[in-house]
Ligand binder design. Sequence first.
Ligand code: IDP
Ligand code: MG
Length: 157
Amino acid sequence: MRAEERTFVAIKPDGVQRGLIGDIVKRFETKGYKVTALKMLQVTDAQAKAHYAEHEGKPFYPRLIRYIQSGPIVAMVVEGYNAVAGVRHLMGSTDPDKAEVGTIRADFAQVMEYNVVHGSDSVESAEREIAIYFNEKEIFDDRKCMSELVTEYLDAD
Ligand code: IDP
Ligand code: MG
């Protein structure tokens, strides 16, 4: 049985600058995932290094660090069944040129260097990355659903 998972998602600076926040968040919400945390922030040196530690030493690493700090990002925690793999499926391949049409990267980006979104690649990475950008008090996974609120409202009379 697939488990309820949470994953870390970021709309990278190009996505924010190009006015794609709403379109990208919509992809996750229409899939049925719950956005349990969301904020815009400027990535610090320490956050950038922690986030991309696995890529240190690779040829594209300096440009990647510069890119993720080139403007504000929108950081999110996204929750749902099989959310780690599911979010990456919605995002598409790292290279937008190879991503399937209909995925975020295929539809909104052209080159690997500027691929508009980040999504964690495992449950362990998700927990590590969430902790870089959020404290637990900023995550709201116990929201009442609308039917519960409506029932409460009707019962109040
Ligand atoms: P992912 O974002 O699909 O998980 P990773 O391999 O973890 O892909 O790479 C992190 C980010 O680094 C990518 O999203 C992309 O922005 C950038 N990147 C990865 N590989 C390359 C490359 O070969 N050239 C330029 N940028 C790259
Ligand atoms: Mg990755």
